[in-house]
Design a protein around this ligand. Structure first.
Ligand SMILES: CC(C)(COP(=O)(O)OP(=O)(O)OC[C@H]1O[C@@H](n2cnc3c(N)ncnc32)[C@H](O)[C@@H]1OP(=O)(O)O)[C@@H](O)C(=O)NCCC(=O)NCCS
Length: 148
């Protein structure tokens, strides 16, 4: 738990804030409809971290099927970074996984995104393989995973 930050389920009322953080954090941000769909679909873990004023500081959107979970999105607004918010969001996903017989968590991260890779390594994710030309602009993805 981080002082002044609450982690709760995401709702459609959070989508304007989420989209703002998303647009600033990613070269190819998800459209609002993507997030809206994720909130409706089964097999999803969709969480926001909000501060005392209700502002969305960060979010994670994950999906799971059988014994695997995939982290589709995680981002923290620049002014809230390096306070452990993303780690707390991931810890909530890990707790969910452990409680639901999920044994593998995987994700893709841009090859050039050293900061995010360092973040995942800190959580003990390891690089599994490279997925060439994964992103729309042709950049490769590093696939990282964690057995839980
Ligand atoms: C990656 C991201 C989600 C991390 O969020 P955060 O809340 O700042 O991360 P945390 O504070 O929980 O970091 C936990 C630890 O991870 C590591 N870490 C996090 N960001 C890092 C960075 N940019 N460079 C190196 N290590 C980093 C550190 O070890 C950190 O602990 P410390 O601050 O005590 O050194 C955030 O930088 C972000 O939103 N980036 C843009 C979007 C993105 O790249 N998302 C991932 C796409 S796959």
């Amino acid at each position: 738990m981080i002082d002044g930050i609450e982690i709760r389920s995401a709702t459609t009322g959070d989508l304007d804030d989420i989209r703002r953080v998303e647009a600033a954090a990613f070269i190819s941000p998800w459209r609002r409809e993507f997030f809206e769909a994720e909130l409706q679909l089964p097999g999803r873990v969709t969480l926001v971290a909000v501060d005392g004023t209700g502002e969305v500081a960060g979010y994670v959107f994950a999906m799971f099927i059988f014994d695997e979970m995939h982290i589709n999105k995680i981002a923290v607004a620049a002014s809230f970074r390096r306070r452990g918010i993303a780690r707390s969001l991931m810890q909530r996903c890990l707790e969910f996984a452990r409680g639901h017989d999920i044994h593998l968590i995987s994700l893709e991260v841009r090859k050039s995104n050293d900061g995010a890779q360092a973040f995942y390594r800190r959580l003990e994710f390891t690089e599994t393989f490279i997925r060439p030309r994964y992103y729309p602009d042709g950049e490769a993805a590093v696939v990282m995973s964690l057995v839980v």
